[in-house]
Design a protein. Sequence first.
Length: 476
Amino acid sequence: MPLRLFNSLHRQVEDFSPLEPGSGSVGFYCCGPTVYDFGHIGNFRTFVFADLLRRHLEFRGHRVNHVMNITDVEDKIIRQVAATGLGLAEFTGRYTEAFLADLDTLACRRPHHLPKATEYIPQIIDLIQRLERRGIAYRAADGSVYFSIQKYRGCGCRYGQLVTLDPEAQRRTERVSGDTYDKDDLADFALWKARVPADGSVFWDSPWGEGRPGWHIECSAMSMALLGPSFDLHLGGEDLAFPHHEDEIAQSEGAGLQQPGRPFVKHWVHAAHLLVDGKKMSKSLGNFFTVRDLVAKGYHGREIRFLLLGAHYRETFNFTLEGLEAGRSALARLDATVAQLAERSGPAPASPTATGVDSPFVASFGEALDDDLNVSRAWAVVFDWVRETNAALAGGTLGAAEAAARLADWRRVDEVLGMGSRPAEEIPAAVHALLERRQAAKAARDFATADAVRAELKALGWTVEDSKAGSRLKRL
Ligand code: AMP
Ligand code: ZN
């Protein structure tokens, strides 16, 4: 069965097939962060979902060309730049670095391209000029340039591909200069915003005078510059479907750069929101946790990732600290099984591709994700495997070769899940010193002291495991 995904363009689950099957490459664009603050874990739910889809495509043998834009000029940013007195690049640079560090904390593979809007001003201007030449963009009295929905429709194009628009509202002809507006709002939207005093030093020269780009045109220009006028996958949170993505389609298809019959984007995929008490986690409601807040509370990035990967991407779910705790216990169970397999298998784990055939575990896991990224089913496959592996370990029937093969299977599955290994526990210096004293006592055959030190270690919550390879400290 091929990979199937819900395509927001057709409101149904469809087979995924690349636009250029022969090229082996998949063009993959996910709208990135607006860098005016630290991202909250609602934002990161979308980015972790994008990472899961990318990893699964790679698992299925596709070469993914992953682009994520950084919105580094926008109304909120400009307000913050004015408030802090910092330069635009200095201000956004700090939050871009923080965002990338948070992506690392959550084990997200780095996108291959991270274009910043401010570095694509010439491409943005070119695209607006092209729309102007085609009669779809017009300059208003305030000096800003707007997209005309009526003219766009007049060219035979459809506005309202991702959302169903209210026919009553279709008579509206107002303009909006803001980047977000309501569903059903058919207002012309800004492509280029004329400079106003509140913009301070944030402006660029253009054929229409000084100003700055609208948010929607940035993504059209950057995605097409890096992936071409038609590409495979475009992702984002569900709140972006309208107006942001609808406007991206209008600008990109309105410019007419695609080959006849080809869309701007073949598959649109949207992730549902992370909620808190039934409401969207968001900065404006103040009901958010950043990745850093949770790390400061003692949670590890992989535990946060595990929680965010717990629900299907098209389902909202409520964030709670209890949920994070439950995830921590489940992950500990998985870690314990993997650690036992490592111990049983010895130093040389089997190569996962030795036979070229997936084990039933790996095959079932892959099939679950092929089914519109059904993570609940995929985790059920993993935890069935944990249970069955634990039984085999406990039964003493699992030899080194089989343990190594199971470990290799887990590593292959984890290429997609990205849980990685449990971080090595830091051993306090005092505990280390006690271990050394015990080793010295043993070497001197002073077993009474060695036993006394072992008791001291036990009181501190540590035990020593002796094997042929040496002695090892382990938490009780
Ligand atoms: P922003 O930085 O606000 O432009 O948002 C970055 C990404 O996070 C976008 O794809 C949003 O759709 C997504 N997003 C924002 N809030 C949430 C949330 N509560 N749950 C899931 N995704 C979200
Ligand atoms: Zn975008």
